[in-house]
Design a protein around this ligand. Sequence first.
Ligand SMILES: Cc1cc2nc3c(=O)[nH]c(=O)nc-3n(C[C@H](O)[C@H](O)[C@H](O)COP(=O)(O)OP(=O)(O)OC[C@H]3O[C@@H](n4cnc5c(N)ncnc54)[C@H](O)[C@@H]3O)c2cc1C
Length: 425
Amino acid sequence: MKVVIVGGGWSGCAASIAARKQGAEVILLERTDMLLGTGLVGGIMRNNGRHTATEEMIAMGGGEIFAEIDDNSLHRRIEFPGHRHANLYNVATMEPRVKRLLLDRGIEIHLEARFEDVEQDGARIKAVIVKKGDGKVRFEGDVFIDTTGTAGPTANCTKYGNGCVMCILRCPSFGGRASVAAKAGVQEMIGRKGGHIGAMSGACKLFKESLSTEIRDMLNKTGVAVVPLAKEKHAAEKLATKACQQYNLPEFAENIVLLDTGHAKLMAAYYPLDVLRSVPGFENARYEDPYVGGRGNSIRYVGMAPRDDALKVNGIENLFCAGEKAGLLVGHTEAIVTGVLAGYNAVRAIKREKPLILPDTLAIGDAISHVRTQMQTEEGLGYKYTFSGSVYFERMKQKGLYSIDTKEIAARVDRAGLTGIFSRS
Ligand SMILES: Cc1cc2nc3c(=O)[nH]c(=O)nc-3n(C[C@H](O)[C@H](O)[C@H](O)COP(=O)(O)OP(=O)(O)OC[C@H]3O[C@@H](n4cnc5c(N)ncnc54)[C@H](O)[C@@H]3O)c2cc1C
C-alpha cells in the first residue's frame, strides 16, 4: 500500500502520520526546504472552538501532532480580544520537531521536491512527476493526497493582492504552489466576496528585538500585548478582506494586537512600516514575515478542490485532499484534523473499505460537511470557516458543539462509536 502526499504543511504532515498508522508506505513531497507551510509563521492553537476540535481528535486517536504542539507551546490558556484559552506554539522550533516525529514513524520525506504534473489512466492517477534538483522524479502510488494548500503562487499575489511580499512560502526560490487536483483536470473552486478574489493572509511577524523593552517584556510575560492606536491610524478597511475573519473585530482595528509566538505576531494583514514606526514602542519595528509586511500579505483561497465528506476529490478515483485544499477552512487545527481523516480514508480506499465520514454530532464532522455545502452557494464562498470564530464558531455554539470539558468531549466521541478510531488498523 503506497500513499503519496503532495504538500508538507500541517495537513500533509497529519495525513502522513494517519496513513502510516494504517500500515501504508508513505511518501511526503514538499517543494520548499522545510515542512509546515504557512504553519511556519502561525502559532495560535486551541482558541475558542479549536479547543473542542483538538480534544475530539485526541479522543479519536489522532492526537500525535497536537501533543507535539502542546509540548512546544510558549504560552498556554491566554486570552486576547474575542479569543479565549489559546495556546501559542514556538514558530522557531516547531518544524524540526515535526520533521523528527514523521521520520521516526518511517515516513519518507522529500524536500525541495516540487510536484509538477500527473500521469493518469482515465480517472485514476498513476504517478506524480516532481522536479528535484536539476532532474525529474516519478513517484507511483495507489492513492494520492493533495495537501498543497491555497497560498500564492506569485501570479495570484500580484493579480489579487499587492504583489509578492516575500512570505515564508518563498515562491521565487522554490517555484510556486501547484495543485494535484487541477493538474488532474479537476475544476477548482475560488473563494470570492463581492469583487474580491481569494483573501489576504491576516497576520505578520515582527522581530521582538525591534520593539520597545516594555512591549517585549509584556509579550514574554503574558504572551499578549494590546497597544491602542490613535484614531487616524485605525485600520478598519483592511479587516474586511482578511482570510482570518475570526479577527474581523473592532479591537483589531483600534489597537495593535501582538502575540508571542517566538517572534511578535502582529494581528494585521499588513501595516505600512512608516506608520507602524510612528506608534510609541514601535520606532525600530522590523518585519520578519512577510519581509514586505508593510505593503501586503500572501493571497490564499484561490484553488480549492471539490470533494465529498470523506475528503475524496470529485472526479478522481484515487485522490483525497485536506487542509485549505479541502475548502475555505482556515487554521492549523482545521488542517490537522482534515489531514488525519484524509490519510485514514486514503488507506481504506486502497483496502477497498468504506470511507469514514465523521458524524455531525462532532464539531469536526459538522464542519467538514457544512463547509462543503456552504461552498456551493455564492454567499458561502464569501466566508471563511474556522472553529475559532466568525460564522462557524457561532454555528458550533448554536448546535451545542462548543465545549472545553475534555471528559464531555471524549464522551461525545464515545457515543459516536469513534473512540481511538484513528489508532486502530
Ligand atoms: C501569515 C499566516 C499566519 C497564520 N496564523 C495562524 C495561526 O496562528 N493559527 C492558525 O490556526 N492558523 C494560522 N494561519 C492559517 C494556517 O496556517 C493555514 O490555514 C493552515 O496551516 C493550512 O495548512 P495546509 O496544510 O492546508 O496548507 P499550507 O500551510 O499552505 O501548506 C501547503 C504546503 O504545500 C506545499 N506545496 C504547494 N505546492 C506544492 C508543489 N507543487 N509540490 C510540493 N509541495 C507543494 C507548500 O510549499 C506548503 O508547504 C496562518 C496563515 C498565514 C499565512
